[in-house]
Write a protein that binds this ligand. Structure first.
Ligand code: ADP
Ligand code: ASP
Ligand code: MG
Length: 440
């Protein structure tokens, strides 16, 4: 069984949706097809939700009307027959009536999450109807029947597997099973989501839950590139990555994958293949446990980082100090990304400032606390990169004009992390592209 996920740009135009229908029907065997919302939809829903949370109904309605027009146009090109155009019309109307009902009521965080789910619900329904029009045998399996997260917002992989396996067994005679990415139920049984870009994570969770042969992530680029193509002009696709390498890149900002995508796939050793919907013949990237020996594979950058430095003479020759510091972050459910220590100070980074004030208040008990916001982690990934001769020399040589706030080497075999002020991110990525990958 294969799991194939198509992202927003891959379903964002009627002709692309039609192309995907061809692609999945040409792929042999039973497969689960995970779809994102049409490109731009989730952004629009976020904007609408923000207006509604602020009580600005008029601005929300303007956005809703623009989005509705977009969908009217979309269905007029997606369906061939008048009959299916009318079905599409019905579907779109139903969704937009529901959105306006949500908008009209008491609009809270719960309604907002319900609103955000509409993008994937509508894209899968429109796609399913397109398959029906073409008489392609398929079933729509609602993700809200099986995808769930617990009270810590962690996916419940065991439960997902227990729900999904019998469902798929009962659909053994159907080759094509369509479901929504991104959306799930939470521990209160409310509609929730796996955070922005979460359809990749859905695909990986399904792949792990059913022990799929392969998880394919179809997007608008020919695989994981050696650098961020949005920032750097010349980049190239990497043909093979290990789970660990891909995991570091996804977590540290390579937008092509949701940060947690690799975790379930790696746990159940299901290979992940990244493919390009716009160029099916491009080989893409295969992510598995097979190692390949290139020292420098890729760099990625993660923004929105805050560095915290705690200076304390109580740290000198003391044990148990770091435990006490870490416990504070644990108490406020705030993960730490990078850490570096000296005998009298410890610097660490977080990517979630929701509880920063409370964390600072607690840390002040230990000594002085300094905060630097708007930092970026630049992560350099490669095979046993931390152990290779000359690697640090090469990296720091090309970054000699950039002030570096923190460095982390040796934390894992395949990653060297560098913290810089976000103002220097672009230059850092460009310099590394030139100095490490010899590209201008
Ligand atoms: P989808 O809508 O299919 O989920 P995304 O926009 O989430 O697609 O991810 C694909 C985009 O990720 C690419 O268009 C590219 O601009 C961006 N990207 C950032 N870093 C990388 C990288 N290292 N390799 C490939 N793409 C990357
Ligand atoms: N539609 C969601 C988003 O835009 C999920 C996804 O595309 O992966 O974040
Ligand atoms: Mg994405």
């Amino acid at each position: 069984m294969l799991v194939l996920k198509f992202g927003g740009t891959s379903v964002g135009k009627p002709e692309r949706m039609k192309k995907i229908a061809n692609l999945v029907t040409e792929t042999p065997g039973q497969k689960v097809v995970v779809l994102s919302a049409l490109s731009g939809t989730t952004n629009a829903l976020v904007t609408i939700g923000d207006f509604l949370l602020k009580g600005d109904l008029a601005s929300a309605e303007k956005e809703i009307a623009t989005l509705e027009n977009h969908y009217q146009l979309f269905i007029s090109e997606l369906y061939a027959s008048d009959n299916f155009k009318a079905i599409g019309q019905e579907t779109v109307s139903r969704f937009f009536i529901f959105m306006r009902l949500l908008a009209a009521g008491q609009f809270d965080d719960k309604s907002n999450r319900e609103l955000l789910a509409q993008g994937e619900l509508i894209s899968t329904e429109l796609f399913y109807q397109h398959l029906q029009e073409r008489k392609i045998n398929a079933r729509l399996l609602p993700a809200l029947y099986f995808m769930s997260i617990d009270e810590n917002e962690e996916p419940e992989l065991e439960k997902i597997s227990q729900r999904l396996k019998p469902l798929l067994r009962s659909l053994q005679h159907i080759d094509l099973i369509i479901t929504q990415g991104y959306i799930c139920r939470n521990h209160r049984n409310e509609i929730d989501n796996l955070k922005r870009g979460g359809s990749d994570y859905t695909a990986s969770l399904i792949g792990a839950a059913i022990g799929a042969e392969e998880i394919q992530i179809w997007t608008d680029i020919d695989g994981m590139h050696n650098n961020d193509p949005r920032v750097v002009k010349k980049t190239f696709p990497i043909s093979e990555l290990t789970f660990d390498e891909a995991s570091e890149l996804a977590y540290f900002g390579a937008k092509i994958l949701h940060p947690s995508t690799i975790v379930p796939a790696q746990k159940y050793s299901v290979p992940v293949r990244l493919k390009n919907t716009m160029d099916e013949r491009a080989p893409g990237t295969i992510i598995s446990d097979k190692e390949t020996a290139s020292v420098f594979k890729a760099v990625a950058a993660k923004d929105g980082i805050t560095a915290i430095k705690i200076k304390s003479s109580r740290m000198l020759m003391a044990y148990g100090f770091l435990r006490k510091v870490f416990e504070i972050f644990e108490q406020f459910k705030t993960p730490i990304d990078m850490i570096s220590t000296s005998e009298v100070a410890v610097s660490l980074t977080i990517d979630n400032n929701a509880n920063l004030d409370k964390i600072i208040e607690e840390l002040t008990v230990f000594g002085s606390v300094e905060i630097d916001k708007n930092q970026s982690i630049i992560c350099v990934v490669g095979h046993h990169i931390g152990q290779q001769k000359g690697v640090l020399d090469k990296i720091f040589n090309c970054l000699k004009d950039i002030p570096i706030r923190m460095v982390s080497v040796g934390g894992s075999y395949n990653n060297i992390s560098i913290l810089v002020d976000s103002r220097h991110k672009e230059k850092t990525l460009i310099e590394l592209n030139q100095g490490v990958f010899n590209l201008d």
